[in-house]
Design a protein around this ligand. Structure first.
Ligand code: PEP
Ligand code: MG
Length: 328
């Protein structure tokens, strides 16, 4: 089994017709299976920083956060590590910071909460920066962004923390440049302000889990409406097309970090739309590589043209399933 995994790990992330696809990992705890060598992926596309907070009994101190983050930066020292700032609220609760709301998914979540508590945000950013001084492979990503003001305020705080760290460590801004900053596209309003967001940040990354939840107004964790949580809904497909179009127009990097990228059918749909940078759970990487080597972008573009005319998710999904069946 291990030999097979290693064999696929050594395959290039290239489609049969020669298109390169950049594959990255989603992680939250510092453990990656040992069969995953650096050749297998090109970085961490999403580090869910709330996970160590959720395993703790109190807010981790700045120094504790430095140790946690540093081990990750050191482990992937030659690769970019995209750390998302604390994304609690909604389904992600901290026992030591209870939030009681009637509608938690529409409430105090992600960047909304940390901007209301700048001390939490600043400590985390300082820890990320301090931990990455030697490796300089940090990229900072902001969750649940829905407005330009949130990005401006976050950037102001990040720059403040960066100047403090430079000063304390006697580093010039040239010796320790400000890391790239990006936003997640997972709140529908963000889709329509990419023209305004793009000049403020270095990259965008689509959180398809929340984006689907909010586009369709379907709780991602409610089994009663699980059938309605449809990643292949025509509205999701159209939204994904629009985001790519807007990103290209603004010449800004866009990737996917939601679960859809690691799903075989979702992968085909995203490739057909034109996405080339995908971040996923470690256990999906080899499966995705295996598929890449079998498919062609030109065929997937044709499938996507058909899918874009579909009236429902069943038709859209089936279009790609039929293609996959054809490939055996
Ligand atoms: C997403 O919403 O798609 C995402 C990647 O973030 P999370 O699942 O952690 O909310
Ligand atoms: Mg999310």
């Amino acid at each position: 089994m291990k030999a097979l995994v290693e064999l696929e790990a050594n395959q290039a992330s290239v489609t049969k017709d020669g298109f390169e696809v950049e594959l990255l990992l989603n992680t939250g705890l510092n453990s990656t299976p040992d069969v995953f060598s650096e050749h297998n992926f090109s970085g961490i596309g999403l580090y869910r920083s709330e996970l160590p907070f959720m395993l703790s009994n109190a807010f981790p101190t700045e120094q504790e956060q430095v140790s946690t983050y540093k081990s990750l930066f050191d482990q992937y020292q030659n690769l970019p590590v995209t750390m998302r700032t604390l994304d609690i609220g909604g389904d992600k609760q901290l026992s030591y910071f209870p939030i009681n709301e009637e509608n938690p998914f529409l409430g105090w979540r992600g960047i909304r909460l940390t901007l209301d508590h700048p001390e939490i945000f600043l400590i985390q950013i300082r820890a990320m920066l301090r931990a990455s001084i030697e490796t300089q492979n940090l990229r900072i990503m902001l969750p649940m962004v829905g407005s330009v003001g949130e990005v401006e305020e976050s950037k102001r705080l990040i720059e403040q923390a960066w100047k403090e760290v430079c000063w304390e460590q006697a580093l010039s801004h040239e010796q320790f440049p400000l890391p790239d900053i990006g936003v997640m596209i997972e709140v529908p309003s963000a889709i329509f302000i990419i023209d305004q967001l793009a000049p403020l940040v270095d990259f965008l990354s689509i959180g398809t889990n929340d984006l689907t939840q909010y586009l369709l107004a379907v709780d991602r964790n409610n089994s009663r409406v699980a059938d309605l949580f449809d990643s292949y809904h025509p509205a999701v497909l159209q939204a994904m097309r629009l985001i790519l179009e807007q990103s290209k127009k603004n010449n800004i990097e866009v990737s996917i970090c939601g679960e859809l990228a690691g799903d075989p059918i979702g992968l085909l749909m995203l490739l057909g739309l034109g996405y080339r940078k995908l971040s996923m759970n470690a256990f999906n990487i080899n499966k995705v590589k295996y598929l890449l080597n079998k498919i062609t972008i030109s065929e997937l573009e044709a499938c996507t043209e058909v899918a874009l005319k579909g009236h429902d998710g069943v038709f859209i999904k089936q279009t790609f399933i039929d293609y996959l069946d054809e490939k055996g």
